[in-house]
Design a protein around this ligand. Structure first.
Ligand SMILES: [Zn+2]
Length: 346
């Protein structure tokens, strides 16, 4: 009689109905909703697993559906990993808010902000359900996460990391991403970062560029940052290509504030993103449609412009610029200039 030798039990992770075994790379569609016209909605994911165990990292983009730089960053990270073997597991989710992505909107169909719906609820609104599925199927299976964002529509952001630095591991990872500007940003209620923290998933948020645009520098810096984090958490060998990023050139802002329009009108910008601004310096001039009543838009204190409006039409009180303050803004300015010219993708 023939006896079957028991097969060695292979370990897998299950996402949705799909099993992903060690050494496998494959794409899958995770079902998230069924709409009133019977359309089923899915978010596309790709899982890359090494044969050796290690960290599990998710990289997500377009939680705000019109923020596109992260979509391209993920595409390029995958290209970079094609010929490499990783340790552990990488889960990429190029588009989380598939509703907003298809309608080129930041929001969900009911105008909710998905990044205020976490950790979600299986019996809640569309956004709460999507957040719940994303947490249950992706985030809860990870040790680390990088969530990719851009500025909102008509707002351009300098490449920057936003992270809650009172958590030592997050602080370390924020520096290893390697962008010169890090903003110590409190966890917001309902955000993915907050939900990740509660589940002990060390999560960074990378911001850069503006909605509905690809920005080549922001994309390159983002790709380099993701690969650098993968190296630091042992998913890629530390010795390959560029070693540890120069964390001495990473600066944490002392604080940050918004400059708002003191008047309504159209405006001419006098400064660019990444420029220094001294206290009281004009960053833009607003005048009415006939050129009369010109008013300078000035800063409250010395800093670096890390976010700048791109739409030249403003109403009084509109956000004009986001300024980050530093102990030595000259050093930060130099680091930004160097980073922009040296944004090679490892
Ligand atoms: Zn965003």
């Amino acid at each position: 009689m023939k006896t079957e030798t028991p097969k060695k039990k292979r370990l897998y992770i299950k996402i949705g109905n799909e099993k992903f075994y060690g050494g496998e790379s494959k794409k899958s569609m995770l079902e998230i909703a069924s709409l009133y016209d019977f359309t089923k909605l899915y978010i596309p994911i790709e899982v890359i697993r090494g044969t050796k165990s290690g960290s599990t990292l998710f990289i997500s983009a377009a939680i705000h559906g019109d923020e596109l730089n992260g979509v391209e960053i993920i595409k390029r990270v995958l290209q970079k990993l094609k010929s490499r073997t990783i340790r552990g597991t990488l889960i990429v989710v190029p588009v989380v808010n598939i509703f907003g992505f298809n309608t080129r909107s930041r929001y969900l169909p009911d105008r909710r902000d998905l990044n205020r719906c976490f950790p979600g609820n299986a019996k809640g609104s569309l956004g709460a359900r999507l957040a719940h599925i994303f947490m249950k199927e992706i985030v809860s299976k990870c040790s680390h996460g990088i969530d990719l964002h851009t500025g909102s529509i008509h707002l351009n952001n300098l490449p920057q990391i936003r992270a809650c630095l009172d958590h030592p591991e997050t602080d370390e990872l924020a520096r290893f991403f390697g962008v010169p500007v890090v903003i110590d940003s409190k966890l917001r209620d309902g955000s993915l970062r907050e939900a990740g923290r509660k589940r002990k998933v060390t999560t960074l948020l990378y911001e850069g560029g503006e909605a509905l645009r690809f920005d080549e520098n922001v994309i390159r810096v983002g790709v380099r940052g993701c690969l650098s984090v993968m190296r630091q958490i042992g998913m890629l060998p530390k010795s390959e290509n560029k070693p540890v990023p120069n964390t001495k050139k990473v600066y944490v802002a002392k604080g940050d504030y918004w400059v708002r329009a003191p008047h309504s009108g159209s405006c001419r910008f006098l400064k660019k993103i990444g420029d220094e601004a001294a206290r009281g310096e004009a960053i833009a001039i607003i005048s009415d449609l006939f050129g009369s009543h010109a008013v300078n838009v000035t800063t409250e204190s010395d800093g670096i412009i890390v976010g700048l409006r791109t739409l030249p039409l403003v109403n009084r009180g509109d956000a004009m610029a986001h300024i980050a303050t530093f102990t030595d803004r000259k050093k930060v300015k130099r680091a930004i200039a160097l980073d922009t010219t040296d944004s090679t993708e490892d």
